[in-house]
Write a protein that binds this ligand. Structure first.
Ligand code: ADP
Ligand code: MG
Length: 289
């Protein structure tokens, strides 16, 4: 790589909202054939909204009220959606709040143990989900994220939220495919929800129910298979996966540790930035050869 063309490339990148760490990152990115992206916040807006409340053996108002009491203690993006969508419910206070990473939240409300989260959390609670299986399947097949609410070890309802696909995502995916990239979606969400979203978008491969720690293992697995992997991530938890990739891409308002482990940093957290970076990398490499 001639220093001049890399410099020009770096300058053009900065204008386009792509910060490039060094010439090697750009060179490696031109050779990448597999891109791993998050669902939430990258493909979708990352601002889910409440869509469904299914209450059984409890009133809808009580279900919403318990959910709100728990989510007031959570900083998860899902919590914001649930709080907004339950603002009309009677207010209850939660104590002994506990956030279970990748699963949900647990707290005590008026002496009852309330848990809100995914099937794994319900399994931990010993709460049977079978009676809600048909509802769950329907919601997830629509691409919604559905959460169970259990009271004292029995599931009493489901709350679902949906996150809009960014308007720029479909075109960006088509263009990235035209660039020869295979796109893998990694998400902590359920397989059925993830596959519904992936199908809509023509995503090549889905890895669902992936914890942040699993993402680094996924990168290594794909690299062992011979792929040249770029990993896009936005969080503190993504740093190991970004570091394990041929090129780490820190997205949007990325945490500082994510930026440190990244070869590329995108000011805006969507696929359009990745596409711009790819075209830039190729243009710079063409000038050099
Ligand atoms: P992602 O960041 O990919 O959306 P997470 O690993 O953060 O996924 O969460 C995985 C799943 O755990 C969520 O889809 C949801 O079912 C459950 N969960 C996590 N946090 C919460 C919360 N605060 N309230 C309800 N459910 C939650
Ligand atoms: Mg997350």
């Amino acid at each position: 790589a001639t220093p001049m063309s890399v410099m020009v490339g770096t300058g053009r990148g900065a204008q386009a909202g792509v910060l490039i760490r060094d010439a090697e990152a750009l060179e490696r990115f031109a050779k990448v054939d597999t891109l791993i992206v998050d669902k939430t916040g990258t493909l979708t807006e990352g601002k889910p909204a409440l869509t469904d409340v299914i209450a059984r053996d409890i009133s809808e108002a009580d279900l919403k009220s318990y959910a709100a009491a728990l989510e007031r203690g959570s900083e998860h993006p899902l919590a914001e959606a649930i709080l907004e969508g339950t603002a009309d419910a009677p207010r209850r206070e939660a104590t002994d709040f506990e956030a279970v990473t990748g699963k949900g939240v647990i707290a005590t409300v008026e002496g009852a143990r309330i848990a809100l989260g995914n099937a794994a959390l319900m399994a931990d609670e010993g709460a049977q989900t079978a009676a809600f299986e048909a509802d769950l399947a329907r919601l997830q097949s629509d691409g919604k994220t559905a959460m169970f609410l259990a009271k004292d070890g029995a599931v009493v309802g489901i709350i679902a939220v949906a996150d809009r696909i960014k308007p720029t995502t479909p075109d960006a995916i088509r263009a990235l495919h035209a660039e020869g990239l295979r796109i893998v979606m990694a998400t902590g969400d359920s397989a059925r929800t993830a596959e519904a979203v992936a199908r809509q978008l023509g995503i090549d491969e889905v890895r669902a129910e992936v914890s942040p720690e699993d993402k680094a293992a996924l990168v290594e697995e794909l690299r062992r298979g011979g792929a040249k992997v770029a990993m896009a991530g936005d969080g503190v938890n993504d740093a190991p996966a970004l570091a394990a990739a041929d090129v780490g891409i820190a997205m949007g308002t990325g945490a500082d540790v994510a930026v440190e482990s990244a070869g590329l940093t995108l000011v805006k957290g969507d696929l359009t930035g990745i596409l711009r970076a790819r075209r830039l990398a190729e243009a710079v490499m063409r000038n050099i050869r």
